[in-house]
Design a protein around this ligand. Sequence first.
Ligand code: PA5
Length: 446
Amino acid sequence: MSIQLNIRNAGLRENELAFVRPQVEAAFKTLMDHSGAGAEMLGWHDLPNTYDKEEFARIKAAAKRIQEQSQVLVAIGIGGSYLGARAALEFVKGPFGNQIKGKGVEVYFAGNNISSDYVQNIFDIIGDRDFSVNVISKSGTTTEPAVAFRLFKAKLEEKYGKEGAKSRIYATTDAKKGALRGLAVEEGYETFVVPDNIGGRFSCLSAVGLLPMAAGGIDIDAVMKGCADACERYKNPDLFQNDAMLYAATRFIMLMKGKSVEILASYEPSLTMFGEWYKQLMAESEGKDNKGLFPVSANFTTDLHSIGQFIQDGSRTMFETVLWVKNARQELYVPNDPANVDGLNFAAGVSMQEMNEKAMKGTLLAHVDGGTPNLLVTLDKLDDYGFGELVYFFWKSLAISGYMIGVNPFDQPGVEAYKKNMFALLGKPGYEDARGALEARLESLK
Ligand code: PA5
């Protein structure tokens, strides 16, 4: 087992876990029986045993083809259609993975914003090099990826001609319906499926995430193995034998005790995008019906020099879940310097990993002393297997805690509000009625 949960610094009183035990076990049962809200979206729950093996083989073949035909893959998608793959690539290859020669192509993510400068930056990075595109959208009509796809498709057609472009476009979308499915069939793109029973934020171990991961050099067999092992491990119905349940129960107690913010903190820059993935998972799943913990993420020790002040002694609304990685990919040691102007020679010869660990432990104690309870999740190392395992740990735990707070963890009604306003303001057909009122409101705010 490479994930360990330690709640000894969560400040729980002796009877608190016993008190919530019936609730967490009931939520666990609801999940296992598929009897709760959103049960039709539980395709992720047994995914490592049920995934489409034929498609998995095609994903590996397509990744190989992308590596043969291109130096760069542009993965176009937003939300659940991009965060997992980006998190995986940085988790395994590090924040500079694209710049380091190794397995796989460089992967850049577009269609996750509406910034012109951002797209132009990717055009500039690609330069004259060969590139392919994986457009990922269940609906095919999500504004951000749709805009980006138009731009990158035009670039491909300009460079390779219409026919050449087709062999470099891979579409991951609904199995049967939707705008992108229609276009892909018409144009003859190779297609992959966003399963109907898996929501965006649970989709990164389907073709949605697996194709960009594999093209970028990740061992997706190892990812699925990590996921499968975690799936098996977290079937245990005993709260004290199942860390996914224990994490859900502890978060629930934090919420009951008035903590409204959970900070996912790590000490590895490779986990920054994992924090982004985590925030979507938690916020879209629990943040509804005026309920839920607000998830934020932090990267230490970097952020100890900014929001660390608030965590130490700002308003006492938060608790921390620290992701600690036990083993560095590569050990480096603090050099000795005869001049010792920075006074650092006391640590000469100490490994950076050891120093990072001392920073983590010192911070943990300081934050606990300051009134920020701590949950510690320890990982062996940042590798392909560990990514699959950790993703499943959080999926399972979140589903349980969602049921504990009484929400449907698998829908996201709130994300539509901004889209309606944006479409109305842009004059999209069908939104005319709302436009006048919105413009009047904006005018009154000038
Ligand atoms: O979690 C979700 O459902 C969302 O983040 C979606 O993945 C995101 O909005 C993209 O949707 P689509 O794949 O239809 O473009």
